[in-house]
Design a binder for this molecule. Structure first.
Ligand SMILES: [Zn+2]
Length: 388
């Protein structure tokens, strides 16, 4: 009997360790390895940036594209601009402001509290997903749009169950509750979501197979970006990696392609749409104090912004707002060359910092996003514009 008890305890211990390890493994991007982190981006391929005319229909947008560069401060933006020969699609945004990112319990926010502030308009505690300081669920702007019959979508280069995208889909007291967060996806009527996290939908403690349940709800559940890019209508669940997508060098143009795919699908809705697009891994480069990582992720995000601008400039009824949930690394641009694209970065920390982050706006209503504002003001302004 005692022997049996010891065995059970041992097995439970191993399981807990395994689980703890797998959950914490999904946050190991926060580790700085002195050897690997590259402070100097040597330069690379530079791309052409188009100037878009800013003439729009009406004062209020029919469509909203909300783009979040996780960990993207002005140094990350300018590092990218230097690397691309002094040019970025972001230059098309003439309305610029600053967002203060403090959370309810910390001068320096995490992505969960930052994401919840940007999605629901509530300051909350670090680690919270879509709940307030009392752990009470608070409706987010994507849900508000859904209620109004507006089509909605969420895209991320991390797992789609990770802090920022989860803040637009789920309500859980802790960001590491990936399986519970994935479960919340089934309680929505979201039209399209693309990101990693397939294992959180299929390899679950509760034995449910959410991929099958999504199919039963009429979603196309696809894992290959080539197949995903072909989808033009209907409901789409694009789960592109078991957990997080790899960094840009391995993942390629997944983000700009996913953005175009979502726009193709959502533009079918005559009542308009709301789309959230996250460039998640700028943050990871900041955590690792790795300028090569930061610059490549920043440029990838800027190219996705280019896809959104191409759509908005033609559509004339679309507002694009680009911001960040916080800055990561206390990054400084210490040197650079436009010609070669060389960027030398310096870092004050391996964590997030408390500085305000930029807000860029393009389209009908863009003038609302100037000056200093609190992060929670952004979804409130967007919600007011959704009123029909
Ligand atoms: Zn972070």
């Amino acid at each position: 009997m005692i022997k049996k008890l010891r065995w059970t305890k041992a097995i439970a211990l191993v399981l807990a360790l395994g689980l703890g390890l797998s959950v914490s493994a999904q946050e190991n991007y926060k580790h700085i390895s002195k050897e690997d982190s590259v402070k100097v981006f040597p330069g690379g391929e530079q791309y052409k940036v188009k100037q878009f005319k800013a003439n729009f229909k009406g004062k209020k947008p029919k469509n909203i594209i909300f783009m979040i560069g996780d960990g993207m401060g002005i140094a990350q933006v300018f590092g990218g601009m230097t690397a691309n020969g002094g040019k970025l699609f972001l230059e098309n945004f003439k309305y610029v402001g600053f967002s203060r990112t403090q959370s309810a319990d910390n001068y320096v926010t995490d992505s969960a509290a930052g994401g919840t502030a940007l999605s629901s308009g509530y300051k909350t505690y670090n680690g919270a997903i879509g709940v307030d300081m009392n752990k009470k669920s608070q409706p987010n702007i994507r849900e508000y749009a859904e209620e109004k019959g507006i089509a909605t979508g969420v895209i991320s280069t991390s797992a789609i169950t990770h802090a920022t995208p989860a803040s637009f889909m789920a309500h859980q007291p802790q960001r590491k509750m990936y399986e519970e967060i994935a479960g919340d996806f089934l309680n929505t009527n979201v039209d399209v979501f693309i990101g990693g996290g397939y294992d959180h939908f299929t390899k679950r403690k509760d034995g449910r197979n959410l991929a099958k349940e999504l199919k039963d709800k009429g979603y196309k559940v696809l894992r290959d970006m080539k197949e995903i890019a072909k989808v033009k209508d209907g409901k789409l669940a694009g789960l592109t990696a078991p957990t997080h997508n790899p960094r840009y060098e391995e993942r390629g143009d997944m983000l700009p392609v996913a953005t175009q795919t979502a726009l193709n699908i959502l533009d079918n809705d005559k009542d308009g749409f709301f789309l959230m697009v996250e460039g998640s891994q700028i943050d990871w480069g900041g955590h690792q104090n790795d300028t090569h990582f930061v610059v490549n992720e920043m440029l990838d995000f800027d190219r996705a912004i280019g896809v959104a601008l191409e759509f908005a400039a033609k559509n004339k009824e679309t507002l694009i707002v680009v911001t960040a949930d916080h800055e990561t690394g206390g990054m400084a641009v210490l040197g650079g060359k436009y010609k070669s694209g060389m960027v030398k970065g310096g870092y004050a920390t391996g964590h997030h910092s408390g500085v305000p982050v930029p807000v860029f706006a393009f389209g009908p209503g863009a003038e609302e996003f100037m000056g200093f504002m609190e992060n929670i003001d952004i979804p409130k302004k967007l919600k007011a514009m959704m009123k029909r």
